[in-house]
Design a protein around this ligand. Structure first.
Ligand code: SAH
Ligand code: SF4
Ligand code: F3S
Length: 483
């Protein structure tokens, strides 16, 4: 069992002693691997939180002496960081595991699978049964113990399953290897208490727990020193940051930070950081204080991701979203009034159980009214163990697909007309580097997260520059440097 303490900070933390123990395992694996020039391959299948977890895994793995490879065939260690929010992820994982069988036989590669899907018993059962050559299975709550799991596997050549079903603990102080030099993700809270009826996340990520403001500020200050310009604060429900811990009631307050709004204000003051983003807030928790903080803080981007899921009050009720169509629209109106130049993006699920044609029309209606900058659209996928899976009136696949296509058509036409508003304007763009499709050109992003392609020299990389937008395309804008 993992050792935890009820810390003076008001919630469970992995002890410093336990973190130090993992650091010792990092050294032990490093010694075992000494001068062997070993390689690792990692595949990240999930959301930004999952990506951030992979950055932590990569940090630990590289300190253990492995270097990264893009070819799993040449890897000595293969890690899959899984997601289970929709069904297609399962097919993808099992397909990949099948491919690994030959590599394992030829090379003795260590295969480790972690992440959200490993918190589901029917999945781990299937792995034991059909893919017995898997070496390590670890869950979302035991990620920090990866060095120990790996050490034991290398040493004893036994299979490890390290998944716990209790709420994980917050830990600090293990290495991290970031994928970008200018943009960094910082997880501020873990887990979810909302139990939307379609969603598996609360079951695989446990209850909400927040990181201490001090640890977050120190991480962001460190990132600023290293030259990072953009920070994305991550959590399944960022605007309930610290609320569940009820720190205020306990009289715990760190430099005035006791909510998501106060955290935004504190990060806004950190020199060197130029842009702050966050995903995802929940509409039901979008307080006036958070709205004022976004409006006041010049570094907080004015693109807000506000997951809608459905525009129908009936469906929202069945989804347990705790707001109505009208409340969502009122919130949008209030935000647009108080936050100059606000743009919005959203998530929408099509074809949830019991969704009628009329319900779906309500979703289209909200999309027409709000005119989102970006819409992430999903076809409802039944998840074992969620209330949605047991609801009557499941929608036939072909109807779901037809509705999805109708929504997509509306969204694309809106994006096209929306993009036109950019032409002729001057936009501040954070330059990321050469464009993938045409390395002669540079690519960057506006405050509203639009991709802009333009001609320029590599000295502009990592800088925020002003560009004049000269034309628009469905997924990107073209800009020029005005001299
Ligand atoms: N906590 C975040 C994101 C959760 S997962 C939030 O509440 O916004 C990201 C998105 O996946 C969700 O917003 C939802 O639109 C989608 N999603 C979750 N479960 C799903 C399911 N069973 N089928 C289809 N889409 C789903
Ligand atoms: Fe899932 Fe809802 Fe929690 Fe988001 S808020 S993770 S959709 S249960
Ligand atoms: Fe993210 Fe997928 Fe887990 S969306 S939280 S990786 S189930």
């Amino acid at each position: 069992m993992t050792k935890t303490v009820q810390s003076e900070r008001g919630r469970k933390m992995v002890t410093e002693q336990e973190v130090n123990k993992q650091k010792e395992f990092i050294q032990k694996v490093k010694e075992l691997n000494n001068a062997k020039n070993l390689k690792y391959y990692i595949l990240t299948m999930g959301c930004q939180l999952n990506e951030n977890d992979s950055e932590k895994l990569c940090g630990m793995i590289e300190e253990m002496g492995y270097t990264i490879t893009e070819q799993y065939q040449e890897a000595d260690l293969v890690v899959f960081n899984t997601c289970c929010v929709r069904e297609n992820a399962e097919d993808k994982l099992f397909g990949k595991l099948g491919e690994l069988k030959r590599v394992k036989e030829q090379k003795g590669t260590i295969i480790a699978i972690g992440g959200c899907m490993m918190q589901e018993k029917h999945i781990t059962d299937k792995i034991h049964e059909s893919y017995p050559y898997t070496d390590i299975i670890f869950g979302t709550h035991t990620l920090y113990k990866f060095p120990e799991d790996l050490y034991k596997t290398i040493l004893s050549k036994t299979k490890m399953q390290d998944v716990i079903d209790i709420d994980g603990e917050v830990y600090e102080g293990l290495p991290i290897k970031r994928t970008s030099n200018i943009k960094a993700s910082v997880t501020i809270m873990y887990g979810c208490n909302n139990f939307c009826t379609y969603c598996i996340v609360p079951y695989v990520r446990g209850r909400e727990r927040s990181r201490h403001p001090k640890d977050i500020l120190e991480e962001v200050e460190q990132l600023a020193k290293q030259g990072y310009k953009e920070i994305t604060l991550l959590g399944q429900n960022v605007n309930s940051y610290l609320i569940v811990e009820k720190w205020k009631e306990k009289g715990i307050d760190y430099q005035g930070i006791n909510s998501f709004a106060t955290l935004l204000r504190a990060i806004n003051k950190i020199d060197g950081i130029e842009r702050i983003r966050f995903v995802s807030p929940h509409p039901k928790d979008f307080t006036d204080d958070v709205i004022s903080a976004i409006a006041e803080c010049e570094k907080v981007c004015k693109l807000v991701h506000l997951p809608l899921q459905s525009g129908s009050t009936n469906v929202l009720k069945r989804m347990n979203r705790k707001y109505t169509k009208e409340q969502y629209l009122q919130l949008v109106e209030k935000m647009k009034k108080q936050i100059p130049n606000l743009t919005l993006s959203t998530d929408i699920i099509v074809g949830f159980a019991g969704e009628t044609e009329e319900d779906f029309e309500d979703t289209l209606d909200v999309v027409r009214k709000v005119c989102f900058e970006q819409v992430y659209m999903f076809i409802y996928s039944r998840r074992v163990g969620t209330p949605g899976d047991k609801m009557p009136d499941q929608i036939p696949e072909e109807i779901k697909h037809k509705r999805f296509d109708r929504l997509k058509e509306l969204v694309e036409s809106q994006i096209e007309s929306n993009n036109q508003k950019y032409v002729g304007t001057i936009q501040k763009v954070l330059v990321e580097g050469p464009s993938k499709n045409n390395p002669e050109l540079l690519t960057g992003r506006t405050d509203s997260n639009k991709v802009v392609i333009f001609e320029g020299t590599s000295s502009l990389q990592d800088k925020i520059i002003e560009l004049k937008i000269v034309s628009e395309h469905m997924w990107y804008l073209k800009g020029i440097i005005e001299t």
